[in-house]
Ligand binder design. Sequence first.
Ligand SMILES: Cc1ncc(COP(=O)(O)O)c(C=O)c1O
Length: 399
Amino acid sequence: MNNNRHTRERSGWVSENVAGIPLSAIKMMAMLSAKTQGALSLAWGLPSFQTPSYIRKGVAERMESDPEAGMYTLPDGLKELRTLVTNVHSRETGVKVDADENVLITAGNMEGLNTMFHVIIDPEDEIIVTDPGFTSHLNQIKLCGGIPVYWRLNEDEGWRLDTERLPGLITNKTKAIVLVSPSNPTGKIFTREELLVVGQIAKQYNLMVLLDDPYRYFTYENKSKYFNLASEEGLADHIAYFFTFSKSFAMSGWRIGYMILPGHLKKEALKVHDATMICTPRISQIAATVALKGRMKHLGEFEAILAARRELILQRLDRVPHVFDYVKPEGAYYVFPRITTDHKDSLNFSLSLLKDAKVAVTPGSAFGPAGEHHVRMAFCVSEEVINQAFDRIEAYFRR
Ligand SMILES: Cc1ncc(COP(=O)(O)O)c(C=O)c1O
């Protein structure tokens, strides 16, 4: 028996790496909000929609008729689903990929990205992330021993991607650039031209581009602006593309997505994915299979509802210019207003808003240094919640 271990302080069990990382502020605010009686939450990007009925019904039928429905699958997922994914991908991008060579079914984009960060990061390797960018990428990179390098977006120009600054951030430790467009938290859709420049730079410096794409189907009046860099055939060796069913199929709790990546990287990714979870839950793979076989009518319906919610939240923000100033989001379902009222920092502002006005938002500092003095509001909740939350905000700042 090792006596030292038994006398150690409890905190001594935790690795320095994990101890040094905060819980994602998005989840922290969601948990605080759940504990605050009567609170309304705009903190979490959790769509209010129910999983569409054609998917629920299809899964129920398969549960009854498929004797293997409760079993493991091969680590890269059901062939039927991987084949459907290749069809969707070639329809969307014009690029042909192979179900065995390039497709890995994940337990959502978080698991897919975590897997890829494990594959590519050696200690102290650098990963370029937009600033602001998605909080969880930062934690995932740090957990793998990597260093997130912030690529500041240009707020004065509507959170534009500042491609001129990118080469200056690249060192011999840089492994990859992570992009989300439409963006979380700003709702920005990066242009085709900007993305192509990123692709060229990635090629020139031999970097990967990780395209985390949860909001592809929420682009509103900006459909023609959306560009998927994975449609550039010449960049195929440099791109890992991640899609999730969480948002546009309202399947966040099923934990299901896929990644498309160069063949030699899929082989490496399989080691991590298998060591983590053997396979994505088969029931969720069945659900995704049903989802992709259907007509996906709900996509337009969800988008129309979200468009109305976006109009509403922007109208409500317009009524409180003494509290917030914002850039109109082009896609996704987030708005990232700057705090215009007196405050110390975005964390204190958000904690007070929850405690005193019972409205949860996510502090902008969680999304990188450029996010300080902002908050993120998710408008994937009902119009009623948006209206009530803003009634409270108006009343609170009138005082
Ligand atoms: C940019 C981004 N990536 C990944 C995720 C999580 O996706 P999943 O549910 O597929 O893990 C989210 C959810 O908010 C997100 O905004």
